[in-house]
Design a protein around this ligand. Structure first.
Ligand code: GN1
Ligand code: MG
Length: 528
């Protein structure tokens, strides 16, 4: 390691005194002006991770749905997954170190992980549209270069595009071409094939209004449009030309406030969706003729996709084990519907995509979605091979066609991570094939009324949880109080947990009526 170079460059990316940050649910996030040294150091760490795994590693500069003034960074592991937890700790340690300690920490990581320093390192870098992102990604490049790593700067890309390209590169392009164009081509082809059998429908049914949160999703959708078959008429809103990123719009805003975004006029029954700031989340919605807003969140998406896949599995007559993975934020109605009506096993993990992703990997087909709209479908290698073989060789026409549809779903879904563009295309294809309107999709089950709150407390770490974050173990007495309160309402459930991305405690409650859910929710926050 050329420590002289590292020391020289570290001094150009100084750490603000007294600042400590943690690699949280989605990497580091903070005000953009606090992040320069972190970007540099994540460049260094990415080089070590690349040498350790002998693979290309991704570095994405984004703070997703956070305000425009914030920024963040996360590392992408070889198959496009989130960074493994042991290295999250190294990331935290390296980030919080004083400048003169950097050399020791890097050496320690190399020793612990038996990193071969002679191994080449390759890093893929991407960034979102925040004004601060370009300079910050330059700092990542400084980090990579000062440890002698090679890099490819993809510039402006969605988070899932970067994950996708890392996976393509490390599978010798078995997963696809490691370019943005390759991504458009693969997805558009699969979408075209999949929707071939959909009966043609009127412009109303083909139209989709998309709120892009004034972020990267707008740019990338516009680029992709020319690859997509004309069966889908997309209309992009909140494209970032006039308004601020995530301001009163985007998937997070729509989900949390349960209302439409600014900048998008909705006519009754029009199908609309919102991406978040880095286009890895999506939620759908519409206004009914009475003007009532209806949200179709990650739970409704998981239900739609798993219903469709289950029907195809029945048609091909093969026993492939499918499960749905959710978090505690999943609406109780969705879990009940999946388990009791659809007879699909449901598993609950802690919040954060990496937890859901790992659980979903245990099944032949694992559908995972956070209620906020982040999710995807994972197919095991064996399941994928079986499906592709049936699609090619099966003699029975109906079975072969069903296998082909599954094969196209495999190619259309971004298996590396939740992807708003890819999820949108999967949903649009399913709606077209099943001839479902957004209202019919919504009517599959009725959400239990719910409320989510953020509460500022002096130290959110006083709350520790268990049972996939559904129960608080500390501070003493808190869970008992919640239990007592929840008992008073029908179909009710509530929990509190410290956020992994913001300095707040999150409170969630659901019950048989909105009034009950809202009564529990502020009350629970008083207990906190
Ligand atoms: C309730 C909620 O929506 N939590 C979000 C949020 O995590 P918190 O740890 O709750 O702050 O950001 C994560 C990263 O984007 C996302 O994975 C997660 O679902
Ligand atoms: Mg995001």
């Amino acid at each position: 390691m050329d420590f002289e170079k590292v020391a020289k460059y570290s001094a150009l990316h100084p750490k603000p005194a007294g600042l400590t940050l943690q690699y949280g649910t989605a990497g580091f996030r903070s005000k953009a002006e606090h992040l320069d040294h972190i970007m540099y150091r994540m460049g260094l760490l990415a080089v070590l991770r690349s040498k350790k795994t002998k693979s290309t590693i991704g570095v994405m500069v984004t703070a997703s749905h956070n305000p425009e003034e914030d920024n963040g960074v996360k590392l992408v592991d070889p198959l496009g997954e989130m960074l493994i937890s042991a290295w999250e700790e190294y990331a935290t340690c390296l980030t919080n170190a004083e400048e003169q300690e950097i050399q020791n920490i890097l050496t320690e990581i190399c020793q612990k992980e038996a990193v071969n320093l002679h191994q080449d390192a390759s890093i893929f870098i991407g960034r979102d549209t925040r004004p601060s992102s370009e300079k910050l990604s330059q700092s990542v490049i400084d980090g990579v270069s000062s440890l002698g790593g090679q890099y490819h700067d993809y510039g402006l890309v969605t988070t899932p595009q970067l994950h996708y390209m890392v996976c393509c590169q490390n599978t010798q392009e078995h997963y696809g071409k490691a370019t943005v164009e390759g991504y458009y081509q693969k997805l558009s082809k699969a979408f075209g094939e999949l929707t071939k059998q959909a009966s043609s429908c009127g412009d109303d049914q083909r139209s989709l209004k998309i709120d892009c949160a004034n972020g990267i999703g707008a740019l990338k959708l516009k680029e992709m449009e020319r690859y997509l078959p004309k069966k889908l008429l997309i209309h992009v809103y909140n494209d970032g030309i006039k308004e601020k990123l995530n301001h009163l719009c985007g998937a997070d805003f729509v989900k949390v406030y349960q209302k439409p975004p600014l900048g998008l006029e909705i006519k009754p029954n029009e199908r609309c969706c919102s991406f978040d700031g880095d286009a890895d989340r999506i939620v759908y919605y519409y206004n009914d003729t009475a003007g009532h807003f209806h949200l179709l969140d990650g739970d409704k998406i998981a239900t739609l996709i798993s219903t469709f896949i289950k029907e195809l599995l029945t048609k091909i007559g093969k026993t492939l084990e499918m499960a749905v993975v959710q978090t505690a934020y999943a609406n109780g109605s969705s879990t009940r519907y999946l388990e009791e009506t659809m007879k699909v096993p449901v598993h609950c993990t802690k919040t954060g995509v990496k937890h859901l992703h790992h659980k979903a990997q245990e099944f032949d087909i694992g559908v995972y979605f956070e209620a906020n709209g982040h999710g995807t479908v994972l197919f095991s290698k064996a399941a994928e091979e079986k499906i592709r073989q049936l699609a090619k060789e099966e003699k029975d026409n109906q079975k072969r066609e069903a296998a082909k549809m599954l094969e196209n779903i495999i190619d259309l879904i971004n298996q590396t991570v939740g992807d708003a563009i890819s999820d949108m295309l999967v949903i649009e294809a399913i709606l077209a094939l099943k001839g479902l309107t957004v209202q019919q999709w919504d009517a599959i089950y009725e959400d239990l009324p719910n409320r989510q709150l953020k509460v500022k407390v002096a130290d959110r770490r006083v709350i520790d949880t268990t049972a996939a974050e559904t129960r608080a173990v500390t501070p003493p007495g808190l869970q008992e109080k919640i239990d007592e309160l929840v008992k008073k309402y029908r179909l009710s459930r509530a929990f509190v947990r410290p956020s992994g991305t913001e300095d707040v405690v999150r409170v969630y409650a659901e019950a048989d009526t909105q009034v009950s859910a809202e009564t529990i929710c502020p009350y629970s926050s008083c207990i906190v």
